[in-house]
Design a protein around this ligand. Sequence first.
Ligand code: ADP
Length: 302
Amino acid sequence: RLVVIGSLNMDLSVTVSRLPRPGETVSGADVVRGAGGKGANQAVAAARLGAGVRMVGLLGEDTLGGELRAGLLAEGVDAGGIAQLPGVSTGLALIVVQRDGENTITLSPGANHRLDVPALEELAEPAGPGETLLLQLEVPVETVLAAARSARAAGALTVLNAAPLPALPLPSELLAAVDVLVVNETEAAGLLAPGPEPDWATHARRLRALGPDTVVITLGAAGAVAAGPDGPVAEDGFPVAAVDTVGAGDAFCAQLALALGAGVPLAQAVRRSCAAGALATTRRGAQAALPTRAEVDGLLVR
Ligand code: ADP
């Protein structure tokens, strides 16, 4: 079983012909609503990929919160670890997209930032042996650290997608408390002190020296590299007609956590995750674009 502790947001997007300048008003197309937040995206991704998933997180006691909870249930995610807080807003992303794809995003984390350590203790039993815990950084970092530590102590596999990177350096205890670290190129570079330009395989090896047993760096269309206990891994991306890369990283992380949790060898797990990421780029949107297990199987045998 997979447990995701993380963020839930509603994404409201409006497409405009030109982004407004400060002080300016621009009218655009109709609002498109989409469920988002890295935590919820990864929980839904894992459910579509065939896993039993429990999500732990906070919503506001408002309409958007109710919609997000219903959406998770419709995807078959166990929402028993999600509470709706009175007097707090559900996390919201206001997205304005220019026709050429350029965008601005204003994020209101709302209830996601109320997930402190006492709130987590109230909502979630610590993960147990045989379970996998999947974490991101859109809820307070002290909560992520506490969750990782208790999961590790209980014998669960702990996977951290260190995204988005906070402005402040990550506590070094956090990398020491996770089994698997997944980052993209920007995050990988941000976690290491600037030095001579190494290749990504070297980056992964250096990050591994900071604590995680396995480090995976995603490289967009180029696939991913990893450093694990049995040495380096490199997998090419799958050639697909990409239309929107939103959701690719979330599909990748969910698939990786599932495969490693099931004992799949690292190279094979990374390859499968690249297939899931690639499929997510072939459709628009975040959760709407996430692939099913059958689609991943189909791309792998093609
Ligand atoms: P993020 O969106 O978090 O920055 P990446 O862009 O690295 O993450 O994408 C995650 C994974 O999705 C990549 O490792 C790759 O396997 C897959 N992917 C992303 N973009 C493409 C693409 N254009 N073509 C094929 N696969 C892609």
